[in-house]
Ligand binder design. Sequence first.
Ligand code: HEC
Ligand code: HEC
Length: 409
Amino acid sequence: MARRWRLAFFLAILSGSIFAFSGPVDAQPMSRAQARERANMLAALGAELFSDPQLSNSGKSACASCHDPAHAFAPANALSVQLGGRDLAYPGLRAVPSLKYLQAVPQFTEHYFESEDEADESVDNGPTGGLTWDGRADSARAQARIPLLSPFEMGNASPDEVVRHALDGGYGPKLAAIYGKSLLANRNATFEAVLKALEVYQQSWQTFYPYSSKYDAWLAGKVELTPEEEHGRKLFEDPEKGNCASCHFSVRANDGTPPQFTDYGMIALAVPRNPAIPANADPAFYDLGLCGPLRTNFLGRPDYCGLFRTPTLRNVATRRAFFHNGVFHTLKDAVAFYATRDTDPGRWYPRRADGSVEIYDDLPARYRDNINMDPPFGGKQGDAPRLDDGEIDAIVTFLNTLTDGWKAR
Ligand code: HEC
Ligand code: HEC
């Protein structure tokens, strides 16, 4: 992972974007200057496509409608799931993640070993990585197919429809300027070129991974944290208190790469079922993450049910819906859930008619061995939580230092 990251970072510095050295149709050798020029053109085209609703079936939904550049590429509103598809009438199944700091997400694997730069290389960390909450896409290019063709996102019936919208939208000459006119005669290649442009845009480091938070300035020794932020940082890292950093890495890797605030691991936290998601009106429907139903290659793997990819916490304070199902709407609730899921479950889960709490209500009982019980989870109902209210506030204050765009006053 670190090695991938390093490569990506240096290429990005070099060219403003990465992996742009070959095109979908012509992969002729290019000079470095030509490659950089093409990467810049692709990124600029990708930025335009990203914000253009003409690419959708409804004509009303762009990538940016859900991934708003002014909100760390997450939604501007606080809805748990967004509307998309034909007439923007189709609600999604999951909260929209931020698109920042995805450059270092490793490809999905069932057996993940850290590099020697990071930690103990002999430990199998289990399923890890991949894009989306269940890790089912292995590149931004593969990922972009999903929203363009999803009936509840941009709603196109086929790649052909996407190409038609792109050409109607006037992108033909721009694509031809990058790949040559022959591209446009080939629908598949044109579709691939659209995906590629979106991918290259998302690899522009100035926009997507600038490392410009107060925390980054603190790591560089340029600023002090306030006492409350420092208190929160310690709680975040303390294995007996928040223990957050065991999954949301907060220190530089051994080779100096900045922390991404995730280890990309797939974990079951058993967040409460969210009645605001229309699909959940069907009591038989469960979003089980890695074991389906959106991801389809592990449908028969009960040990994978309920697992979702650990997200970065960079820019988390700008989010307005938390966890894969967007069930919480304040950062304080998200953190308090960790502290009291098992000691005060009545605070989070619904009650049955007899007054008992329906704990872990979004995961069928047969999968509950998968649920993570590491601190700060665990304990019995009525036990004192590992974090009290003031400590939860301190962690929230600390998380606010992870927002990009910090400026010294
Ligand atoms: C209607 C809302 C909507 C639109 C429009 C949309 N997305 Fe998304 N995006 C989502 C949701 C929801 C997810 C999480 C999907 C999942 O986990 O299955 C997501 C996930 C992603 C991810 C993976 C993020 C991660 O953390 O792994 C990327 C990359 C992405 N979208 C890019 C795009 C691009 C590029 C477009 C335009 C072509 C786009 N999205 C359009 C809602 C949207
Ligand atoms: C065992 C690994 C693990 C630990 C420990 C952990 N997290 Fe997480 N975190 C995750 C996973 C996995 C998710 C996504 C789960 C889901 O959506 O179902 C997540 C999601 C979150 C989110 C929601 C982010 C978003 O974009 O929606 C926040 C906030 C968060 N964690 C904060 C914390 C804090 C604060 C702590 C410590 C008190 C902590 N986490 C400890 C694995 C962990």
